[in-house]
Design a protein around this ligand. Sequence first.
Ligand code: VGL
Ligand code: ZN
Length: 197
Amino acid sequence: MTNALIVIDVQNDFCPGGALAVPDGDAVVAPINAMMGDFDAVILTQDWHPAGHSSFASAHPGHGPFDTTEMSYGQQVLWPDHCVQGTTGAEFHRDLRSDGDLIIRKGFRPEIDSYSAFFENDQITPTGLEGYLRSRGISDLTLVGLALDFCVAFSAIDARRLGFSVKVAQKSCRFIDLDGSLATQIENMRQRGVIFA
Ligand code: VGL
Ligand code: ZN
C-alpha cells in the first residue's frame, strides 16, 4: 500500500486577511506540516485563476460574491476575486511546508472553475492527478486543507469515484459553510465511503 497526503489550497487568499478568507484557515498549517512525514508522497494543490476568471462575481455584472449562477456545466457559486496567478494571494501560506513531490494547479481555464483536484467543475476535464497517482502506485489518500465543504469535499468525492481509499483529516481542515454546505458535503462524503479521521 502506498499512501499520499493531498494538501488542498492552503493559500494566502483562503487564510485570515485573504480575499476569500476561510475562518481560522491558517490554523491548518501546523498540523499539516506535522503530518507530512507520515506519507510516501505529499501533493499540494494550488487554486490558480487568471484575472477575470468566470468564477469571480466581478466578471458577472449584476451579481455579487456568493451568488449562484448557471454556467454551461451547471450551477456555480460566484466568488470574490481570489488566487489570481502570480499574486501574493495565490501563494501558499508562508509557513506551509511546500517541499512536497508535486504541486498541481487548477482553475486556470478562464471559462471553467475547478474545485476538485481531479476534475474541473464540468466533472469531465481531468487535471492529470489521477494518472500521476496511478503511475506511482498510490492507492490510499488522506486529504487536508481548505475549504472542507468545497475543494476538499469535491476532491474526496472524485477520489472515491475513481476507486481510491479516502480519508479526510477533519482537524486539518477548515470550512466556509455557505447555505448549509458543510452539513451537505459531510453527508455526501460519508455516503460515498470517505472516512473521517
Ligand atoms: C475554493 C472556492 C473557490 C476552495 C476555491 O479551495 O475550497 N473555494 N475556489
Ligand atoms: Zn477558486
